[in-house]
Design a protein around this ligand. Structure first.
Ligand SMILES: Cc1ncc(COP(=O)(O)O)c(C=O)c1O
Length: 357
């Protein structure tokens, strides 16, 4: 605290990002990054973009990237909005669409940035509890609302809602904006993108940070009918006209076009998730059914904080959320085969010591 702080700065409870350690020899399973590198073609495009033209501002409309995304997802370029990570896209959507006179609804256990943006931008919000199996139930959203945001698959549970359930949610709330945050959808969820054509209130947000292994580039995007996209552009052009640099636009566009690499690396992550789940279950963990690049797991014999700290001592970083409904759990990102071996060896060692006394 400092006497020069604004009232807004004083009142904030900022989001706490996962640790990015500087040392090399840790197994980093705490921020849902991809264990595999980005498309080699995308890397090549980024190197080529790092040229004399960097003295010029980038295309403020990111036209090539939006065209690539539109072709990939079967929509028009005018239905695509891009930003500096999906975090920025989501933040703009909070201001442009979700801020309504009635409250914004989201699950009680979900991406912890939602309440932070709600506070920053002055949105009234209400949380809707997940059911006892940690699932979103669409019927629970039948109440007075100004807008809705749902992560699908949800984070940190990893549990996905089928597209038919999202369609039901949209049909039950035709007069308010509904945002579906699909940061993890490529790992096994059903995207709501096919519902855009028939639902003027649907905004779908995706990211290149997870399935395209470009967390370091900061590129996210939204798809929706043109009226919603126009609102996002109005906010963006009132904040930062050039959210994506030349290198980011070139790398992201090439990544979107490299379908073969995308499919292959996504399949490896899904196979790694299934293998990691089997190993964890073998150690007695209860693992929620994940459609993401992470699992949410708890062990009946040990608390989440204790397990996370003991794993950390053994050089394995996982994420722990110290809130009432999540305190028992660990969120563990799918790593390489070697990462999983080290995770499982460390967990087995911790549990052995526990049972020894
Ligand atoms: C549910 C969800 N949405 C959005 C994001 C933001 O991703 P990015 O800003 O890297 O696109 C994350 C990141 O972890 C997430 O978990």
């Amino acid at each position: 605290m400092n006497r020069f702080w604004s009232h807004t700065a004083r009142e904030l409870s900022p989001y706490v990002p996962g640790e990015q350690p500087r040392g090399a020899n840790v197994v980093k399973l705490n921020t849902n990054e991809s264990p595999f590198g980005p498309s080699p073609l995308a890397l090549e495009a980024m190197r080529a973009a790092a040229a004399d033209t960097m003295r010029l501002y980038p295309d403020p409309e990111a036209t090539e990237l939006r065209e690539a995304l539109a072709a990939h997802h079967g929509v028009k370029p005018e239905q695509v909005f891009v930003g500096n990570g999906s975090d920025e896209v989501l933040a703009h959507a909070f201001v442009a669409l979700l801020k309504q006179p009635k409250p914004l609804l989201f699950p009680d256990v979900t991406y912890s940035f939602y309440p932070v943006w709600a506070q920053l931008f002055g949105l009234a919000c209400e949380t809707v509890p997940l059911d006892d199996d940690m699932r979103v139930r669409v019927v629970d959203y039948r109440r007075e609302a100004g807008s809705i945001v749902i992560a699908n698959p949800n984070a940190p549970t990893g549990i996905a809602l089928p597209r038919a359930e999202i369609a039901r949610l949209l049909d039950e709330h035709p007069d308010i904006p509904v945002l579906i945050d699909e940061a993890y959808v490529d790992f096994g969820g059903e995207s709501a993108i096919p519902l855009i054509a028939d639902h003027a209130n649907l905004l779908v947000v995706q990211t290149m940070s997870k399935s395209r292994a470009l967390a370091g580039l900061r590129v996210g995007y939204a798809l929706g009918q043109e009226g919603l996209i126009e609102a996002l552009r109005r906010v963006k052009d009132s904040f930062n006209s050039y959210p994506l640099g030349r290198v980011a636009q070139a790398g992201a566009a090439t990544s979107v076009r490299d379908e073969a690499y995308f499919r292959q690396s996504r399949a490896r992550v899904v196979a790694g998730r299934e293998a990691m789940t089997r190993e964890l279950v073998g150690l007695g963990f209860i693992v929620l059914p994940s459609s993401a690049n992470f699992v949410f797991a708890r062990h009946p014999a040990r608390g989440g904080a204790e397990l996370a700290a003991a794993l950390r001592e053994r050089g394995v970083l996982v994420r722990h959320f110290n809130k009432p409904r999540t305190a028992d759990y660990l969120r563990i990102t799918v790593g390489t085969e070697d990462d999983t071996r080290r995770l499982i060896a460390a967990a087995a060692d911790i549990l052995r010591r526990n049972s020894a006394g």
